[in-house]
Design a binder for this molecule. Structure first.
Ligand code: NAG
Ligand code: NAG
Length: 459
């Protein structure tokens, strides 16, 4: 089948340094050529270490290859999801679970039709990505002694041929296709978050990251994981949520009963979102998943209990889909946040000329309640989060010695430089969100779901 040939070609391109004409090993790189070997997990070891953004493309190609082979194997009649450890989380069938299973089955049927259509599209993309990789290999091995191309790229804000945006890297398919497990939460009613005084203060310290989970497929290189600081029954503060965001049709929201199930990767349920989600800006708050819809400035609230979109609203003028992302790209134009004071959105507009704009949102209606404009360029920072009404930005998503280097206080409208160490342990942080109930920064660092303790001090 033609897909098999493509896959072979792709594998040659990915791994066949010695086989593909024009490719070379490390020595070749020294001679001005380079091998785009697939080393997403340890970027430092790539055959052509300075071709930083070649990694992105390789990651995408690997995701494509994984997805395509999955599709091929399904077509060949294999029960694809059976190899997933996640189905082990299916619980004993009961009448209550039956309805959920039936619904899950009909969703899967729908998905199947969609997948058939996606498959053709994938083939097309795979061919064009393979051509792109060949082109890069031929033309883009950068001169060796020239500072970090990543910094040059992201610092300049200029569209460069290396810019991940130009190679359409989110236009790829996720390889995930888990079977929704039964939905049976026997949890007793949870308490609301501590009603004690919020203990607000300014950020003075960020601890070392602690790993809570790990993604086992390329679809999880970037993503977002969350806990609701103000959960609504039947969910609790232990309920943990995860979305792997490599891919175009990102619709799967994994729900885990607690930290242990989360770390084992056994979801209690997989929600299929009615709208595709884009990037890593989503949050869970008061029983809803708030997210940016794909290729739009529309926000949505997905009701986690009702399993339906409860409200949608456009953020007027907000850039999206690569207009004002954080420095790592990934269409991180619109980033939601929750702090002690409620729901926020971090974005930019043409009017603000790319500076970070902050709006406070009504969680019920998604109406903007108030807006602040900062003087920091969104594309110059790696990520941002909000604690007690103060915006903080991170200097880099990749260097181990990054810092929280800037704050903007919405109470006073003043900003100031900071220098609080922030460790990018796995050197690819694609999401950072503060969780006011846990008093931690949740982050996604190259397949690792981590959390950083923080310390606040009263001013
Ligand atoms: C914070 O770091 C970013 C990225 O390195 C840089 O562009 C920005 O100027 C820094 N901000 C401050 C206040 O130092
Ligand atoms: C981070 O470490 C590098 C290499 O050790 C050093 O050159 C750089 O100045 C450090 N950056 C900061 C912000 O400390």
């Amino acid at each position: 089948m033609p897909g098999t040939r493509l896959l072979l070609l792709l594998l040659l391109l990915l791994f066949g340094g010695g086989l593909a004409p024009g490719a070379a090993d490390d020595d070749g790189a020294a001679a001005g050529r380079c091998t785009y070997s697939f080393t997403v997990a340890s970027p430092g070891e790539a055959g052509c270490p300075e071709a930083g953004d070649g990694r992105e493309l390789r990651a995408e190609l690997a995701a494509l290859a994984a997805r395509l082979s999955l599709l091929e194997s399904r077509e060949a009649g294999a029960a694809a999801p059976a190899q997933s450890p996640r189905v082990q989380s299916a619980r004993p069938s009961t009448p209550a679970a039956c309805g959920d299973l039936l619904r899950a089955v009909s969703r899967l049927e729908e998905d199947k039709g969609r997948l058939e259509r996606e498959k053709e599209e994938l083939r097309r993309r795979l061919e064009s990505s393979a051509r792109e990789l060949a082109r890069l290999r031929a033309a883009r091995c950068p001169p060796r002694a020239r500072g970090s191309p990543r910094d040059a790229l992201h610092g300049s804000g200029q569209a460069s041929p290396w810019d991940p945006q130009t190679i359409d890297y989110q236009e790829l398919k996720s390889a995930r296709m888990e079977v929704p497990a039964s939905h049976l939460l026997e949890e007793t009613a949870p308490g609301r978050p501590d009603a004690e005084d919020s203990g607000c203060g300014e950020l003075v310290w960020v601890g070392e990251p602690v790993v809570f989970g790990q993604a086992d497929s390329i679809a999880g290189k970037y993503g977002v994981w969350m806990k609701d600081p103000e959960p609504v029954p039947p969910f609790t503060r232990a309920t943990t949520w995860r979305v792997d965001t490599v891919g175009t049709e990102v619709r799967q929201l994994f729900q885990y009963d607690d930290a242990e199930q989360f770390s084992k990767g056994y979801p209690a349920k997989v929600h299929i979102l009615p709208r595709a989600l884009e990037s890593t800006g989503a949050v869970v708050f008061r029983g809803g998943l708030y997210f940016q819809q794909r290729r739009s400035r529309l926000l949505a609230k997905y009701d986690l209990q009702g399993e339906a979109i409860a409200v949608e609203k456009e953020i007027p003028g907000a850039g999206y889909h690569g207009q004002y992302p954080y420095s790592w790209g990934g269409y991180t134009d619109i980033d939601l946040a929750v702090d002690e004071t409620g729901l926020w959105v971090i974005y930019s507009t043409e009017k603000a000329k790319g500076a970070i704009v902050l709006s406070k949102l009504d969680p019920e209606t998604l109406e903007i309640q108030r807006t602040w404009e900062t003087n920091i360029r969104k594309q110059s920072v790696a990520n941002a989060f909000i604690i007690c009404g103060v915006l903080y930005t991170i200097s880099s998503y990749t260097v181990p010695n990054a810092t929280v280097n800037f704050s903007y206080d919405t109470a006073t409208g003043t900003s100031r430089p900071l220098s609080i160490p922030f460790e990018n342990r796995y050197q690819y942080v694609s999401m950072v969100d503060y969780n006011p109930a846990e008093r931690q920064l949740f982050a996604w660092d190259s397949f690792h779901m981590v959390a950083y303790p923080v310390r606040l001090a009263r001013a």
